[in-house]
Design a protein around this ligand. Structure first.
Ligand code: GCO
Length: 255
């Protein structure tokens, strides 16, 4: 009985920014728990390749190419998914970007683009999907935060601000939408080896610091985020709302 709490059979998940990295790993993981998935990204070629790789595992995969920073595009894409593929039961707001520079030199245009990609996207897609989940009285929304939700680091102040905003938007969404049967929570990854962090992984000095700073003593691998996503996407978390689950090897538990 207990394991069936985590069964996602018959559920459909939309994962933004899922042609690579954490998004792709979460799509693969949710599919492994029985969900059919819809991949999103801006690049149709990368999406098609990711969908092909996932279908090869037996997963049921759709694709929806749209720019999550555009409110109208997100609304019409969600409408197309719901009419052409089917209702969205699970939304993972994963799309995000990074730009590293000292704050005094940080270009205003890059600051705005980072906020649009990391924060506005959560509102754009979250609102569009919630408008369909609310009348159904159920739905799961998972927003990808970061350890930078809680901690800053030199050179990534805008990213830190954006991930703090995502965590509080998660709490706001939970507050407004839990009365209608939705569960809205966050996952805050620590340092994982992805395309986004490749430059850091290759930096021996940074990697050495990271391994000392993390109680687990290592970088995470993206498949280690799947369990948290299945939990928050499933009936196992039916009374969990507004929670940000840190998956960080213990980094935020210690100085
Ligand atoms: C960076 C960022 C990212 C994430 C970190 C924790 O400089 O790329 O700090 O690495 O914030 O992985 O999620």
């Amino acid at each position: 009985m207990s394991l069936s709490l985590f069964d996602l059979s018959g559920r459909r998940a939309l994962i933004t920014g899922s042609s690579q990295g954490i998004g792709f790993a979460l799509a693969k993981g949710l599919a492994g728990a029985g969900a059919s998935v819809v991949l999103n990204g801006r690049n149709e070629g990368k999406l098609a390749r990711a969908a092909g790789e996932l279908r090869a595992t037996g997963a049921v995969v759709g694709v929806s190419a749209f720019d999550v920073t555009e409110h109208g595009a997100a609304a019409s894409a969600v409408e197309r998914i719901e009419s052409d593929i089917g209702p969205i039961d699970i939304l993972v707001n994963n799309a995000g970007m990074q730009h590293r520079a000292s704050l005094e030199d940080f270009p205003a245009a890059d600051f705005e683009r980072l906020m649009l990609t990391n924060v506005n996207s959560v509102f754009n897609v979250g609102q569009a999907v919630a408008r369909r989940m609310l009348p159904r009285g159920k739905g799961k929304i998972i927003n990808i935060c970061s350890v930078m939700t809680m901690l800053a680091r030199p050179g990534v102040a805008p990213y830190t601000a954006s991930k703090g905003a995502v965590a509080n938007l998660t709490k706001g969404m939970a507050t407004d939408w839990a009365p209608h049967g939705l569960n809205v929570n966050g996952i805050a990854p620590g340092y994982f080896k992805t395309e986004l962090t490749d430059a850091l992984v290759k930096d021996a000095e940074f990697s050495g610091w990271l391994e000392k700073r993390t109680p687990a003593g290592r970088w995470g691998t993206v498949d280690e985020l799947v369990g948290a996503a299945i939990y928050l996407a499933s009936d196992a978390s039916s009374f969990v709302n507004g929670h940000v689950l840190y998956v960080d090897g213990g980094m935020t538990a210690c100085v």
